[in-house]
Ligand binder design. Structure first.
Ligand code: CP
Ligand code: NVA
Length: 307
């Protein structure tokens, strides 16, 4: 059974196949309407069950469209309206039941360890739709987006500015698997998880961490950021925002990267905090393409899991 939980779990060759297949399938449906089923759709007898413990706009809709374009069905489960995770039913029992109803599960979970626990009891594949420790589907669609705009990501330089959060954890894993340079600029207190950095170091990752945002974006092909406060962040929000103030992606930052550098953000964005309007709405911004590519990258991930 093939789960899609972390980018670091998957073989490099498979990750490349997932991206290339996504690009090809996207091209093939370029003349079709948004909701049209793919001409070669073959998942007509498959159901994706989606569980959300946290809010979502893109993940929810892009997975639904992905499954529909592949010919399959979806069932949405809001954890607050079900027995999942409550004292009324064990995670084991919910997993056993869902394995009988659906062919594949996608879950957005508060805690990565709960996600892993749930996945162990499932008899069908599971896809990680974000946990506190990773957001692999987002980074897969970001790699697809980067390559669509700038060609192969191998040996390119990506700069990450801001919080050392779940999205950058997946980006760190991707930098190893896809072999690109990653410069992370953040305050020392918000440096990404040591375990993930150690894993990357052992894999000879080209990762560089600095407190200086200008140093990180120098010669970068892409500048990425994310919200300073993630869902479920428990710390002092104002203190964190103060710490991150000088990591905002603005015109000056974009001017210090390569002239043709692109700007990426997984969205939702807090305009005026981690990014200015002129950058997110500017010519270098790839944010809308990132959102669209969630559909295509996830179709390819679903197919990979079910093959
Ligand atoms: N980028 C992303 O995962 O967005 P949602 O939280 O809206 O799903
Ligand atoms: N880091 C953000 C990503 C949202 C898509 C969060 O976890 O809230």
């Amino acid at each position: 059974m093939k789960n899609f939980i972390n980018i670091s779990d998957i073989d490099k060759k498979d990750l490349r196949k997932i991206i290339d297949h996504a690009k090809l399938q996207k091209q093939k449906r370029s003349n079709l309407s948004k909701s049209a089923i793919d001409p070669d759709a073959y998942l007509t007898d498959k159901t994706l069950i989606m569980i959300f413990e946290k809010s979502s706009t893109r993940t929810k809709i892009s997975f639904e469209l992905a499954m529909k374009q592949l010919g399959g069905q979806i069932v949405m489960l809001n954890s607050k309206e079900s027995h999942y995770g409550s004292r009324e039913e064990s995670v084991h029992d919910t997993a056993k039941v869902l394995s009988q109803y659906g062919d594949i599960v996608m879950m957005r979970a508060n805690k990565h360890e709960h996600f892993l626990e749930f996945s162990k009891h499932l008899d069908v594949p599971i896809i990680n739709g974000l946990t506190n420790l990773s957001h692999p589907c987002q980074i897969m669609s970001d790699i697809m987006t980067f390559e669509e705009l700038r060609g192969p990501i191998t040996n390119k330089k990506i700069a990450w500015l801001g919080d050392g959060n779940n999205v950058v954890y997946s980006l760190i894993e991707a930098s190893v698997q896809f072999n690109f340079e990653l410069a992370i600029a953040c305050p020392q207190q918000l440096t990404p998880d040591k375990k993930i950095l150690k894993w990357a170091k052992n894999k000879k990752a080209k990762i560089f961490i600095t407190k200086n945002p200008l140093e990180a974006v120098n010669l970068a092909d892409c500048v990425m950021t994310d919200k300073w406060i993630s869902m479920g962040d428990k710390g002092n929000k104002n203190k964190k925002k103060k710490l991150l103030k000088s990591y905002q992606v603005n015109k000056k930052i974009m001017r210090s990267a390569k002239a043709d550098a692109i700007f990426m953000h997984c969205l939702p964005a807090s305009r005026g905090e981690e990014v200015t309007d002129e950058v997110i709405d500017g010519k270098q911004s790839a944010v809308w393409l990132e959102a669209i590519n969630r559909i295509h990258a996830q179709k390819s991930i679903i197919e990979w899991c079910l093959k």
